[in-house]
Ligand binder design. Sequence first.
Ligand SMILES: [Mg+2]
Length: 191
Amino acid sequence: MNASKIMIVDDEPFTRIDLKEMLEESGYKVVGEGKNGEEAIEKARTLQPDLIIMDVKMPVMNGLKASSIIKSFSNCAILLLTAFSHREVVEDAKKADINAYLVKPVKERELLPAVEIALSQRRLFLSLQDKVGHLEQKITDRKTIERAKGILMQQLNCTEEQAYRRMQKESMTHHIPMIKLAEKVIQQTSE
Ligand SMILES: [Mg+2]
């Protein structure tokens, strides 16, 4: 768990040093650092961290803008650092899909639980994304099989059940998954 890759982005060098020390002492791997939003985007692409700890107020590009751009291409978690707990920042943070935020100065006893929560949220998100992906695939496969069944019903002038049994038998005899068989049936008719 502690092998998670973390990136620190803050325009104040001392904040970066402090954070790095606290994280490394707890066994986390700090894979990169940045001092503004642009660097954050660039390094998020190349280093692919699991979590970015990002300051809000930075020159060149602020942390909120960088976060929403990073979230468009990366599934990393983002923990925002703010100087004040402004309501506005919280609202913007929600829009930028921020996982958590901390108010500066960051204390170790607050940082570590926030890091763990952000990382576990990310893991949960990834596993849900994976499940959704599988379900979508299943639905697509089911539609393909239904279509192939319809074609066979017409070709063989048989009932739905007979068409399905036929496909099942073919699938078992030739060790071809149902979905592959269905794709073949569809392909043959469109040729
Ligand atoms: Mg700053």
